[in-house]
Ligand binder design. Sequence first.
Ligand code: ASP
Length: 338
Amino acid sequence: MSNWAHKHIIDLSSFSLEDYKEVLELAHRFKRLPQTGSRKLPALQGRLIATLFFEPSTRTRSSFELAAKKLSADVQSFTPSSSALIKGETPLDTVLTYVAMGAEVLVIRHRDTGVPAQLAKYLDQKNKKVSVLNGGDGLHSHPSQALLDLFTLTNYFDNSQGSPESLLGKTITIVGDILHSRVARSNLWSLTGCGANVILCGPQSLLPEDFSRFAEEPPSEQKEDPIKKRGKITICRSLKEALNNTDALITLRLQKERMSENLISNLNLYHEKYGITHQKLQWCEKKIPVLHPGPVNRGIEISSELLEDNSICLVAQQVSNGIPIRMALLYLLAAVNN
Ligand code: ASP
C-alpha cells in the first residue's frame, strides 16, 4: 500500500527514505514495461496534465510530456512566447486558466525561486484539487532531475534492485557551478537523504564555504528533517583530491545566464582546473560513472570525448531514466487528487 503523502512536489527537503523508495520502485516498474509487452498504460486516461514552462527547457518538458502520454493522460503545454503572457497576463492567471480547464497536475518551471511554491499555496487556499510539480525554479530546486540522477546512480550501484540503500556510505562528488545550480541543491537533499556522503568541488566564486552546512536545517515551514541520519557534505577545492576518494561524479554546467557578474574570468583555465576529461579520471582509484544534467557546454565542464563515451558518461541513461521517474511522479500526484 502506498504511504505517499505529498500533494505537491516543490523540493526534496521533506522526502523520507520511504518516499525515495516508493518513487524508485514505481520507476523500476515503469521502466520494465516494454519488456512486458506494454508500451503504454491506461492509468491516467482522461486526466489532464499541463506543462507550464515560463523558462526554456528541452529535456525536462519533453520528458514530462512523454511520461504523461505513456500513462495515457491528456497533455496541454504552454509556450510563453506564443501565449497571453506577452499581452501582460500573470503566471497566476495562466495557471488558473489551466486549472479551469480541468488540469490536475501542473508541472511549473520559472526563472524565479519560489514561484511554484507560491502558486501551490494559493491553489490550496482556494481548495483546488490540483498538484504542483516543480519543474525547476530559479536557484532553488529541480526535484525530478535529482530523482532521475538518484535512479541512474542506484541502478549503476545495484543493477538488480536499484534501491536507495545502495547509496549508503558511497561518496558522490559534485563539481562546478554549484552556486547557480538548483540541480545541485536538490541532489544534496536526495543523496544525503539516502546516506551518501557528498563532496562539493569548485572554485570559491562558484562554491561558497557555507554550502557545507546546506542540509543542517530544514526549511522554516518544515518542523523537522524526515531523514534521521543524512550523509555528510564536505567541500574540497582540489579536483584531484576529490576524485581520489569518490564513487561517482556529477559535473554541472557553468550557468552564465544566471551570473550577475563575471565570476569566471578565463574558461580555458576553468576547464584546466575543473573540466572533466578521461585524463583527470585517472586520478580516481577505480572506474567511476560521470553524470551531467544537461545542457552541456562541451569542452568547458566536460570534454567532448568523455561526453560521448557511454561506458563512463551516463548522460544518455539520465535522459532515458527521466521518463519512468516522471511517470512515477505524475502517477503519485494524480492519485492524491483522485
Ligand atoms: N537543466 C538543468 C536545469 O534546468 C541544468 C542546467 O540548466 O544547467 O537546472
